[in-house]
Design a protein around this ligand. Sequence first.
Ligand SMILES: Cc1cc2nc3c(=O)[nH]c(=O)nc-3n(C[C@H](O)[C@H](O)[C@H](O)COP(=O)(O)OP(=O)(O)OC[C@H]3O[C@@H](n4cnc5c(N)ncnc54)[C@H](O)[C@@H]3O)c2cc1C
Length: 404
Amino acid sequence: MAEQIETGCCIAGGGPAGMMLGYLLARQGIDVTVLEKHDDFLRDFRGDTVHPSTMQVLHELGLLEAFLERPHERTEKVSLYLEGKPYKIVDFRYLPVEARYVAFMPQWEFLDFLADEARKLPNFRLMMSTGADELLVDEGRVCGVWATSGEMTYEIHAPLVVAADGRASTLREAAGLALEEKGAPIDVLWFRLPRQFEEGGNQSLGYARAGGFLVTINRGDYWQCALIIEKGCEAGMRAAGVEAFRSRVARIAPHLQGAVEAVTSLDEVKSLDVQVSRLNCWWREGFLAIGDAAHAMSPVGGVGINLALQDAVAAARILEADLKAGSVRHETLEAVQKRREWPARITQSAQIFAHERILTPALKANGMLKPPLFVKLLNAVPMLRRLPARAIGLGPRPEHWQGD
Ligand SMILES: Cc1cc2nc3c(=O)[nH]c(=O)nc-3n(C[C@H](O)[C@H](O)[C@H](O)COP(=O)(O)OP(=O)(O)OC[C@H]3O[C@@H](n4cnc5c(N)ncnc54)[C@H](O)[C@@H]3O)c2cc1C
């Protein structure tokens, strides 16, 4: 026998999109239930970047100070080491916002912070270890979900179900929404290196040489590293063994030669199958997809978390009146897609451009990499570094919170 729950909005997925939307709806006085299939937020590395536009929303919500009390690293400027030579390419310090830097905060800290703030609100319910399995449909309209937690089964009824269940969303499939794959020619390998062997500075940085790109993120006592490889190369790389892997990393970033010895098995190296995809239609009656469930992003620019959060802010604002009235019109769902599809589309186009014109040629190159003209210009003219800062730090159509 399933336990029956009635709620004003059921959100499947307690990632950045789902937690932010749950918090904002509850703050608006709407009864909201967030389902998260895992029992905590502390899982594998899933990205750390909290962008200036997100922190501006936190500022508008009166949460920025408390957020910044959580452990994080601030990056005001970004440099790229190309064939060992540093190029200054991004400067966030002149953005017209409260926090003029990217905060690198472990995602579980951020989600835990949002959960703590949301739990202070009486009409917010977070059900951990609870997976949304199937949609409840009545005369073609989604009216809730079946969910399970261990032995327990729940029949959750709501005027709106939001799929914030990430890039492998099962609910969007259950809703019959068509996904368009845009393709991605790269994959990313994730691993950690101890920082005590490191001889350089402590900034999170990018390194590029012919045949390889490496990003290192300062996580206190270790570097969280991302090695970008051509799609389809992973099996060959694993077959070549750990010694070849270490040499590859040390060739791209020679100062990590000592640290990379700490990788003793390729089991320590995790892979991310990079996808770029987008739903043609983000909704059907009683159902809406946001965040990665609506548009999976490439890791280029580290903007996936930011876009997911911005979707949540726009959705909370646009849905408020209908959810308070207890019925969500299809025009309202359409309005959410209309508002957020354009930023997702523009960002994905820029990422695809970077895949095709910058990353792939560099990964296939045999000789020394030459800096592209725009990299030379950014390095030579400090004012120009404000442009990529705006594109990455604020993104197209940054959302704001003007309510209570
Ligand atoms: C290895 C890796 C590194 C990344 N690095 C970065 C980075 O540096 N910067 C950046 O901006 N982005 C990064 N990303 C992308 C970023 O993590 C996503 O874009 C962002 O988390 C999307 O947020 P979301 O809330 O839409 O989905 P997710 O974060 O994927 O959250 C979905 C949540 O739904 C839960 N869930 C799934 N199915 C169900 C279900 N049926 N019922 C209940 N719960 C369910 C999942 O457990 C998860 O908690 C990275 C991703 C990966 C995998």
